[in-house]
Every structure is written in C-alpha cells, then in structure tokens.
Design a protein around this ligand. Structure first.
Ligand SMILES: [Zn+2]
Ligand SMILES: [Zn+2]
Length: 140
C-alpha cells in the first residue's frame, strides 16, 4: 500500500520545490497533515525557502529571497560598469542604467563634481575655486 509518506517523497522527487499547499491539493489531505509528515520525514516544510545560490559565483546567499539571484558583489558587477572621466581620464563606477543614459545622451561624463566643474569653467568661463585661486596667485 502506498502511504502518504511515499506519495510525499514521490512528489518531492518530481518537483523539489513543490509547496505543502500544492501537495495537500494533490493528495487530498490537509496541509497540517502534510506538514507533520514532512517533519517526520525530516524534510523542510518550507519548500520556497530552499537555499538560493548566486547565479554567477555559486555562493550561498544569506537570504531566501528568490527574486534576488546574485550575491552583493556579483550583483554590483552585473549592474555596474565603469566609464573613463572625460576630464581626468580616471575610470569611475556607475550603475549600468546611468551609464547607458550618459552614453546615449552623448554628453560628457565626469567622475564627479570636481571634474564637471573644471569642464564647466573652461566652457562657460566660470572658474572652480581652485582655479580661481591659482589664477589670482599667478597674476603679475
Ligand atoms: Zn556571487
Ligand atoms: Zn575626473
């Protein structure tokens, strides 16, 4: 005779992520009964809480949020890129979405306000504090 346990094990083998709710529907027994059988079988009762591994490096993720599929460092690698600053040439990190917008807009891009300020100063004639100080100091 096929017992509930056997059927649970079978369902679990067919679909390792099957939830207790679904099992109770399939087997026509209460969720509580399923849960108790699972406990007896030493199987996790929360199937959606199976450990998640990072898609890129395979590291076990510290959370069970299945919508997050990468660890923090791989996530930032996947979602970040670097652009070289037009002013100082130093590459800086930014998120991919921001990088796309910047490249698409075909505007200059800078590592920060300091370089942006320098460019603005050259282009529109107003000076950054440092440049202003330098000019004043060097005047004959
Ligand atoms: Zn990773
Ligand atoms: Zn720069």
């Amino acid at each position: 005779m096929v017992t509930t346990k056997d059927r649970i094990i079978e369902l679990r083998q067919q679909d390792p992520l099957i939830q207790a709710v679904r099992m109770s529907e399939l087997l026509g027994i209460s969720r509580e009964a399923i849960r108790l059988s699972l406990v007896k079988l030493d199987m996790p009762t929360n199937f959606w809480k199976l450990p998640t591994h990072c898609l890129d490096c395979g590291k076990l993720l510290p959370h069970n949020n299945h919508s997050v599929k990468r660890c923090r460092s791989c996530w930032s690698k996947a979602h970040r890129t670097s652009l070289a600053c037009d002013e100082c040439g130093v590459s800086y990190d930014l998120t991919l979405s921001v990088a796309k917008i910047r490249l698409k807009s075909n505007r200059h891009h800078y590592c920060g306000n300091r370089c942006l300020g320098k460019w603005l100063g050259r282009t529109y004639g107003f000076k950054t504090k440092e440049e202003a100080a330098m000019k004043t100091g060097g005047r004959k």
